[in-house]
Ligand binder design. Structure first.
Ligand code: ATP
Length: 457
């Protein structure tokens, strides 16, 4: 299975989807850059999320809050105190790890000191790097990136890069409710960068220190929260299926009570079967109760309640939060779409074909226009066809190399349609349209091309 990841990281680098940041300086661990095709794929993921969460609903509105918020936000939200991971250091090789990522480690229970005699030797934690079995005691390591605002570097100027986008929705709750005139239940959605100083980043873009989140905070009347929680779990699960993720690679996982975040009453993760972890979190759907609104009310002194005019009652709404990561989604979509097949060649044999069977809405390029050769006679028509389609979709114009090779280049980045302009085109005003998955070819009049593609894209 590891070779799937190798194939994908190498494809991602070779075709400019995603690659190591600052590579000319040897790279920066956990930072990744998205190239031309990655930018399109990422934008398509964001757009699919926004469309389903905001555009197609009348009960959700958008927000773009600042990344650097008042430090008081993080005091009130509990992140300064509790947004930590248990850090341990191997006493042999001095590498640092998240204790909860090493099998056999359990966080020290209060009132229960573990000693040598109670440790089950067969299940002792083992250093993933050197095999050592002695570690420092776990200590809480805060994951927030700290910096300073303004020219003076002192405690008074300390600010944090947000570790989640959610707090923007909580502190702006009253403003957004008033300007949008939405009644509870309603939601505020945001897509944007978040930052976490992860102890062990890795697995390509699965765990980064700078990443992007797509979060919805959905405000509901207390007492209706459990029902809405179930509703959003189902909605979000279906979103991945609708975008082509295979159901056998998707599952829901209920958090155990000891695993819940400090604000959560219940959390269910949508997990994907990533090749490197077996199952890994793709999205978390939490019932954050009224914790955040109450905390901000307490710390800011502002009234953050909602008044239900019909019922004549005032309350702090409960919040259901579906929180997904753009980068983790992108990785899951890539893995799920990646196929290696045997395809027939022109000479009657077969050859390996790599094809990304991405959902059409996600494919970075929708249509590739390919003149059969670089022959000058073909250029005006090929250019005219490109001009015709580029106003509707992201298109590519490629005239370099054999046509077979160009088909393969488009297949491996998931382009749903290739349109070939050949010498017959000059006579019959028709082009050949090749579909990615079936490799079926249709001869279509140029005059009908846009309508033909619109029906299928
Ligand atoms: P994990 O347990 O894997 O550390 P988490 O439970 O802390 O994740 P959440 O706080 O629920 O994650 O964040 C919501 C989503 O944001 C995650 O499901 C994931 O898609 C994304 N995400 C969180 N941390 C990272 C990261 N370091 N790199 C990339 N994406 C991330």
């Amino acid at each position: 299975m590891a070779d799937v990841m190798e194939a994908i990281t190498s494809l991602a680098k070779r075709r400019g989807i995603a690659f190591q940041s600052s590579e000319i300086y040897g790279g920066l661990r956990s930072s990744w850059d998205y190239g031309p095709l990655g930018v399109e794929l990422k934008r398509n993921i964001r757009n699919a999320w926004w469309r389903s969460m905001v555009q197609l609903r009348d009960d959700v509105v958008g927000l773009e809050a600042a990344i650097i918020m008042s430090p008081k936000v993080w005091e009130a939200s509990g992140h300064l105190e509790a947004f930590t991971d248990p850090l341990v250091e191997c006493l042999q090789c001095h590498q640092r790890f998240r204790a909860d990522h090493i099998p056999g480690f359990h966080a020290p229970q209060s009132g229960h000191e573990e000693d040598e005699t109670t440790v089950d030797l067969a299940h002792r934690p083992v250093c993933p790097n050197c095999g050592g079995t002695r570690f420092t005691e776990p200590r809480n390591f805060n994951l927030m990136f700290k910096t300073h605002m303004g020219p003076v570097e002192d405690e008074a100027s300390a600010v944090y890069l947000r570790p989640e986008t959610a707090q923007g929705m909580f502190v702006d709750f009253v403003q957004i409710q008033q300007v949008s005139r939405k009644k509870v239940p309603f939601g505020i959605a945001q897509i944007g960068k978040s930052f976490r100083n992860e102890i062990t980043p890795g697995n390509f873009i699965f765990r980064m220190r700078e990443f992007e989140q797509m979060e919805l905070e959905y405000f509901v009347e207390p007492g209706t929260d459990e029902r809405w929680h179930d509703y959003w779990i189902e909605e979000r699960y279906r979103w991945y299926l609708d975008l082509g993720i295979r159901e056998e690679n998707l599952r829901l996982r209920e958090h155990a009570p000891e695993e819940l975040s400090h604000y959560s009453k219940r959390t269910v993760d949508i997990e994907y079967r990533y090749p490197f972890t077996d199952w890994g979190e793709l999205e978390g759907i939490a019932n954050r109760t009224d914790y955040d609104l109450r905390q901000h009310e307490k710390h800011s002194g502002q009234d953050l309640t909602y008044f239900d005019q019909e019922k004549g009652i005032r309350y702090h709404p409960y919040v259901i939060e579906p929180a997904a990561g753009v980068d983790r989604c992108l990785l899951a979509f890539l893995i799920d779409a990646y196929h290696e097949e045997e395809a027939p060649t022109a000479t009657g044999g077969t050859e390996k074909r790599v094809v990304l069977k991405l959902h059409k809405d996600l494919a970075p390029t929708k249509v590739a226009v390919l003149p059969l050769s670089r022959n000058e006679a073909l250029i005006p028509d090929a250019r005219a066809v490109f001009d015709l389609v580029k106003v509707h979709w992201m298109c590519d114009y490629d005239d370099a190399g054999s046509i077979g090779r160009r088909y393969r280049r488009q297949d491996e980045v998931g382009t749903p349609f290739c349109v070939t302009v050949d010498f017959d085109t000059l006579e019959d005003r028709q082009v050949t349209v090749r579909e990615r998955d079936s490799m079926r070819q249709d001869r279509i009049p140029i005059a009908n091309l846009v309508a033909y593609l619109k029906e299928r894209l």
